[in-house]
Design a protein around this ligand. Sequence first.
Ligand SMILES: [Zn+2]
Ligand SMILES: [Zn+2]
Length: 297
Amino acid sequence: MLDYHLHLWPHHEHDTPLRVEQLADYCERAQESGVTELALTEHLFRFRQAGALLGGFWDDERVAPALAESMAEYWKFHATVDLDAYVACAQEAKEAGLPVVIGLEVDYYEDRMDTVAGLLAGYPFDVLLGSVHWVGGWRFDDLDDPVSMAEWSARDVDACWENYTRALEELAASGTCDVLAHPDLMKVAGHVPDAPAEWWDRMAEAAASSGMAAELSSSGWRKPVGEQFPAAPLLERFVARGVPLTTASDAHHLDHVAHRADDLRTVLASVGVDALQGYRDRTPYRVAVSGPAGGDA
Ligand SMILES: [Zn+2]
Ligand SMILES: [Zn+2]
């Protein structure tokens, strides 16, 4: 069993030091839930190097001024950590024998994925998650931001899902990342179309045709939507197309590491999946869905 989506800091923190001891605590907590391998996947936008290269992407005439202002503030707060120091800390943990792999959670940047890939190529990443957290400069999943959340009452849900799915298709086609994180994130605040099948089909096809894996995440259980990512019908579509899976908590602190791993096992069993996909040096390999801690391997 894997926890292939872990952050080192809650969003409201941005000056917490990097410590291998924190990663050791993550591993210990995961092992209590029978999770044997962890991927450290901090947001790319937390790093100064990303700010220097990608900051300002919201200065586009299609982005409403209030959203552009909100995004500028968000980036100013977040993009403060040194990417080299993060990678060095993860590498130190790995060399100390902790069961971690080095990764990042990478967003989709329209027309800029070559720039992103160029930055990432300079680092020894094992796995890269691909995420769509914003469309057209709107952070639709930022539940704490009133400006972003107010948009929900002004937008058509079908159009939101259409724009999200198009971004996800473009992200997958770019070949920049390995795993689609929280694939149906657009539902996070509880807004789901009456007939989502068309978008589920396209999300599953995007993963299958790009060779990406898809993530099964417990984080949706902690959000207003109250269900795992992806929803059962989308998960079934991934499995039917042979898309490999990872499992993930999307923890931003120790208490959520390996969150509800047993419930994720139950979901996997319901679709007949008994193996996951791990990555080293961006090369995939199979990992058994182990039983709970102390149970069968
Ligand atoms: Zn995410
Ligand atoms: Zn995340």
